[in-house]
Design a protein around this ligand. Structure first.
Ligand SMILES: *Cc1c(COP(=O)(O)O)cnc(C)c1O
Length: 424
């Protein structure tokens, strides 16, 4: 029955059986992923109970949004889950880049310097910081930037970092996930090690972690290891696939207050900002986020195992522990990138009939191809694939609201590669 449904869905018997063989090796790993989800489920649930989440919090406010108890309590739930003093969780934060820009521009003043000790940050931050000149960048406001590259093997260059920290260094930006770069994703423990080292040199420096794609992949978060701020997008892991938009910043109360005043206006801060109709989906999405993230981690592991078994290089390898939901595979040609994306798209519940093509994207330097047949537009906690069209034609694959949908999508990606000439 199950196999027949895959065949009816366009998967050949050979591709299906290849998938089953790879999965047979992964059962112990899947159990470990479920144990992490179980711990995170309890963490979120207990934060909701502790804060007395009530039925009327699921409704929203309009206009100024004064006295929005649902919005304010959700921020307490985030703070308690991330073990931080405070949090800002708002639909007015439009995306992850906006959340990061907000945190940076709230914490930095003219003459201050940002340091990235983990090499070049995520593509869209280049224009935020002004690494690529851009209207409204932090550079325009007299904020300078330095970066220290990682050493071979994604090791921290402690000597380089020590030399780069100076009297102007105000904020250190640590990106947890590899994003589109050529390095490993860091574990919260590794980030903790780096934070300890930095505190030994400049205790008062603000340490901000770009937590995008990392939330709930482990039992602990970078905020458990001393980060002052953790920042992310609600159309990734913590939105659980239900949040229709939004971003969060969790961390030190004085810094969250600055972020709120930058988001709205000095004097207004967090008191304003109507939640409209999003409270229910923010709560319910956060409640589902641990198991949704687990589905996405299983998907990443399966994709790595499947493509490695066919001789492709996968980052991380199937053997490695997961610290985010992103799986990269070097497909080696633009044709295979397009075929892979065609498969992910064809397997989607929405827009399964369209074919993704490479195009220019705001904030990105190269042409990008993206496959996403999602309920929430652009949501990358839903099954999606994307990548810049440049050597080594590396596809970045992520998400999956359910593991079974993700499995079908990955099998379909392979089916399209086989149809494009890949020998099995
Ligand atoms: C997705 C992502 C961002 C930017 O988030 P958007 O919501 O796409 O603006 C920043 N950093 C990392 C590591 C990301 O994965």
């Amino acid at each position: 029955m199950r196999e027949e449904l895959y065949l009816a869905g366009g998967i050949s018997r050979e591709v299906f059986q290849k998938g089953e063989a790879v999965l047979a090796e992964l059962s112990g790993r899947f159990e470990e992923i479920d144990r992490i989800a179980e711990a995170n489920q309890l963490k979120v649930l207990q934060a909701m109970q502790k804060n007395h989440v009530a039925a009327d919090y699921l409704n929203g406010t309009t206009g100024y949004g004064y006295n929005d108890a649902g919005r304010d309590t959700l921020e307490r739930v985030y703070a308690d889950t991330f073990h931080t003093e405070d949090a800002l969780v708002r639909p007015q934060i439009t995306c992850g880049t906006h959340a990061l820009n907000l945190a940076l521009s709230a914490c930095l003043l003219p003459g201050d310097e940002i340091l990235s000790p983990v090499g070049r940050p995520y593509d869209t931050l280049e224009e935020v910081i002004g690494i690529r000149p851009s209207v409204g960048s932090l550079a325009e406001f007299g904020i300078t930037y330095r970066e220290v590259d990682l050493l071979p093997g994604s090791a921290f260059d402690y000597e380089g970092i020590r030399n780069a920290i100076n009297e102007k260094t105000k904020l250190i930006e640590i990106q947890r996930s590899k994003g589109y770069s050529n390095r490993n994703t860091f574990s919260p423990e590794q980030i903790g090690e780096l934070i300890r080292f930095i505190r030994g040199i400049k205790p008062e420096v603000i340490i901000m972690v770009d937590n995008c794609y990392g939330e709930f992949t482990r039992e602990k978060e970078p905020s458990d290891y001393g980060a002052d701020l953790v920042v992310g997008s609600l159309i990734k892991n913590p939105g659980g696939g239900l949040a229709p938009c939004g971003g969060y910043i969790a961390g030190r109360a004085d810094l969250i207050d600055r972020c709120a005043k930058r988001l709205t206006a000095p004097g207004l801060g967090r008191e304003v900002g109507a939640s409209l109709g999003v409270n229910r989906s923010f709560y319910q999405g956060f409640f589902l986020a641990p198991t949704v993230t687990a589905s996405a981690v299983k998907a990443a592991l399966f994709a790595a195992g499947l493509y490695e078994s066919l001789g492709f290089a996968a980052w991380p390898s199937v053997k490695e522990t997961r610290y985010d939901i992103i799986q990269a595979v070097d497909l080696g040609s633009p044709e295979y990138m397009e075929a892979f994306c065609a498969g992910i798209q064809a397997a989607a519940p929405v827009d399964s009939f369209v074919r993704p093509v490479p195009d220019d994207m705001p904030g990105y330097a190269d042409k990008v191809i993206m496959a996403a047949g999602t309920f929430i537009q652009g949501s990358s906690i839903e099954l999606s694939a994307d990548g810049p069209l440049r050597e080594p034609y590396r596809i970045y694959f992520q998400g999956g609201l359910t593991w079974f949908h993700a499995k079908y999508g990955i099998l379909m990606s392979l089916q399209k590669l086989v149809d494009a000439g890949l020998p099995l």
